[in-house]
Design a protein around this ligand. Structure first.
Ligand code: PAF
Length: 280
């Protein structure tokens, strides 16, 4: 695996691939890699001739008081995992390489960015859309892969790619879970031992809500309320829990068929998000 820190070094490696008509799959990450990320790399390998991974803890997607400073940076271990996964190229830029000091341009996918996680984390999704757009321009991949755990993020990226005519195919990959159901996340490392026992109940609440919908219950506000109460009693501070249409993430009605149930809740100082998507 080659590692580069600058855009020009990255382009010097990728340009000959392009000239030889070889395809590039891209996995953007913020590092602290776990099996979910490695699943993206494995899937990427099946889709293209070369796999490029970026590790960049993007400051613009963290709000004031959030965990930008303390976000786990595990470059050495990440590098080994990517080597083992047979990654071709790792892009590991510094903040100054990515953002010019007087940058004046950002990308915002309106509407969708203000809902759910966007309501609790103002500006977060503009930070995500801006960095993903920039990374797409830097790497110019044929394919880019993202985890479905961040369902809203993926919907925003798909919308951005459509609206800005970015020539990249976006692939969503299923959430990788611990054996107890907890969705893998770099932030799980913040959980205390006691919280680790409680955390899988977030997924359990989603599965119970899915079962209720599949059993024919159409009163989604009641299902949501019940889940919020379950989470509160388990020790979470729930942020939101909504049954949505998966096509546009608007609140679902009794007629909608393709659904996603989105949830976020804080456990101690850790903010967890998860979802289930299904058809009925
Ligand atoms: O999902 C993430 O890890 C980040 O939001 C991403 C897509 C790498 C952008 O910084």
């Amino acid at each position: 695996m080659q590692t580069v820190n600058t855009v020009s070094d990255l382009r010097a490696i990728i340009t000959p691939w392009r000239l030889a008509n070889e395809s590039v799959a891209f996995v953007p990450t913020m590092g602290n890699l776990h099996s979910g990320h490695l699943q993206l790399v494995n899937e990427a390998k099946k889709t293209a001739d070369h796999v490029v991974v970026s590790i960049f803890v993007n400051p613009t997607q963290f709000g004031a008081g959030e965990d930008f400073e303390t976000y786990p940076r595990t470059e050495h271990e990440d590098r080994e995992k990517l080597e083992d996964a047979d990654t071709d190229l790792l892009f590991l830029p510094a903040v100054a390489e990515v953002y010019s000091q007087d940058a004046k341009t950002t990308v915002t996918v309106t509407g969708l960015s203000d809902l759910y996680c966007g309501a609790s984390r103002p500006g977060h999704f503009s930070g995500v859309a801006t960095i993903v757009c920039k990374l797409f321009n830097i790497v110019q991949p044929d394919i880019a892969l993202f985890g479905l755990k961040d369902f809203q993020q993926l919907a925003i990226i798909r919308t951005m790619v459509r609206d800005l005519n970015i020539p990249v195919e976006i692939i969503g990959i299923d959430t990788v879970r611990e054996s107890n159901g907890l969705a893998m996340s770099s932030r799980n490392g913040y959980l205390t031992d006691d919280e680790k026992k409680i955390a899988p109940r977030l997924y359990r609440s989603l599965c119970a809500a899915q079962d209720a919908v599949l059993a024919g219950r159409h009163t989604f506000p009641d299902i949501e309320q019940q889940a919020l109460q379950f989470l509160q009693e388990a020790g979470f501070r729930p942020d939101y829990f909504f049954v949505c249409r998966s096509s546009d993430l608007q609140k679902a009605t009794g007629e909608d068929v393709d659904l996603v149930i989105l949830a976020a809740a804080k456990l101690g100082k850790t903010r967890l998000i998860d979802n289930v998507h299904f058809s009925r």
